[in-house]
Ligand binder design. Sequence first.
Ligand code: ATP
Ligand code: K
Ligand code: MG
Length: 656
Amino acid sequence: SVPFGVDLGNNNTVIGVARNRGIDILVNEVSNRQTPSIVGFGAKSRAIGESGKTQQNSNLKNTVEHLVRILGLPADSPDYEIEKKYFTSPLIEKDNEILSEVNFQGKKTTFTPIQLVAMYLNKIKNTAIKETKGKFTDICLAVPVWFTEKQRSAASDACKVAGLNPVRIVNDITAAAVGYGVFKTDLPEDEAKKVAIVDIGHSTYSVLIAAFKKGELKVLGSASDKHFGGRDFDYAITKHFAEEFKSKYKIDITQNAKAWSRVYTAAERLKKVLSANTTAPFNVESVMNDVDVSSSLTREELETLVQPLLDRAHTPVERALAMAGLKAEDVDTVEVVGGCTRVPALKATLSEVFGKPLSFTLNQDEAIARGAAFICAMHSPTLRVRPFKFEDVNPYSVSYYWDKDPAAEDDDHLEVFPVGGSFPSTKVITLYRSQDFNIEARYTDKNALPAGTQEFIGRWSIKGVVVNEGEDTIQTKIKLRNDPSGFHIVESAYTVEKKTIQEPIEDPEADEDAEPQYKTVEKLVKKNDLEINGQTLHLPDELLNSYLETEAALEVQDKLVADTEERKNALEEYIYELRGKLEDQYKEFASEQEKTKLSAMLEKAEEWLYDEGYDSTKAKYIAKYEELASIGNVIRGRYLAKEEEKKQAIREKEES
Ligand code: ATP
Ligand code: K
Ligand code: MG
């Protein structure tokens, strides 16, 4: 399978693949290097990505954006209230999960965020297949740094529902750092270069501080503000104009979803213009009640509108530096990525907190996808890539709990993966057990988590403990892992026992053919592997499979709708083409009778197309086409034969 890296942004998605001994960014069906992160639902089929964007304004209630924001987000999280103001389609809650409710194929239907993200990833996968003609199974998916275990699990499950194997879920900004480390040719061999990477996107602002050497990187610290990005600007601008238009035009766009959305779209455009200009006009025709609006905004005014945001723009940098144990002046280079870092006020703030000019070595829009594709290639068993080592940093402390054995233990838990620790990482803990037991992974500090996050991560039941004769407990080793995707798991468990064994004595002075000497030692050796059954935050298999089936069925339906449309267009085109040619190049190759008959058939087919055949089946369109072509092709055959005859005559003439 082609190594596949996806930067699933909140605004748009970028697709990277490893091929031709490098990393390429793929274009979509309309040749864009970024695809809107949108899923729209229609009367017959879904409109995902570009087509979803095209239809967005005419289908606001059934168009879902901000997919990453609701993925794995519990409904009782305070973030849910914040998200609601950006959604144009209804969200509902069920069992503390958020569901999206849309009108699809004429019915009210709900989908979970995992299903929505899966739909989107499946579409992206098909884009990649079309573009490369390759096979896609493995994916490295980039997610925000602040994603919790539940959100990472949801992301990984969404990949599976899309028929993809998530070889790694990676923090987006870490992926950008990997890209930087792999492709930068002048990294030091000894003293590490300290680089800060800042990503301000549509909704999230993240900072990472890492130490780079040739062939390796270690993340020292990271931090983010999960409510800071381009959409906050767009929202502030829209609200500003909503107020202005109330008095100026006596219209209230806050009461009209379509009007709000059109102003919002124009606001995003205006924001971009103000990154390059200090003032810009703002015009939208027929916003509502036939009113055309016209205004303008200066860059300074925009900065005032987002002042609360700008005031805290330095915070993530300070927090990442604190986690890394560094001062701003220790940082050698500051690289920026993400669309919103094009805003001059943010560039100025970043440059000011770091006390140095910013560097733009990385491709602002594509760095994450490139890094993710490279990471996917690293995991490929068949592909050889430049060796590169990287360690990320654990964002929230994780402890493991067990049922305490009062006779044998003082504690019932241990902080195993502290915040700021590196991962991937494996730790082995020892417990003395008298029987089968459970282990539970939990976040250590609820206060450090995004509000509303549950502490529970996973519970594993461990079976097969057998205590030796005459003893109360047996020493049990449990291998805990913070895996490459950031998941906290129990990897394996086994009991050990003391055995007396004969160990050869190593004597470098001894003669080569001297008798080997042994000593008697007591050693801990593995006794039994224990059986582990985990219950994690991933979807249960049954549900995952049912989502998979649903998605596969929807994909088939979408394809049928698209094929039908294509066939209908082909028929329509053929009618016009044949009618035209009948008057022109086919004129002398059809008898009057044939012409009359075919013309009548064309007439009838056309009428059918705009009437009963307007919404027909693929088979019927094909049948109609073939009916016309059976006569059309005979005439065409005569025409081509004559043309060939003419060519032959010319050739003969030239030769003689
Ligand atoms: P996130 O990382 O938050 O999930 P994303 O990855 O989709 O979102 P990006 O593609 O990095 O976000 O950035 C998109 C944002 O950048 C949008 O809000 C867009 O309007 C904004 N943006 C793009 N170009 C400019 C510009 N020239 N000036 C200001 N903002 C811009
Ligand atoms: K993006
Ligand atoms: Mg992004």
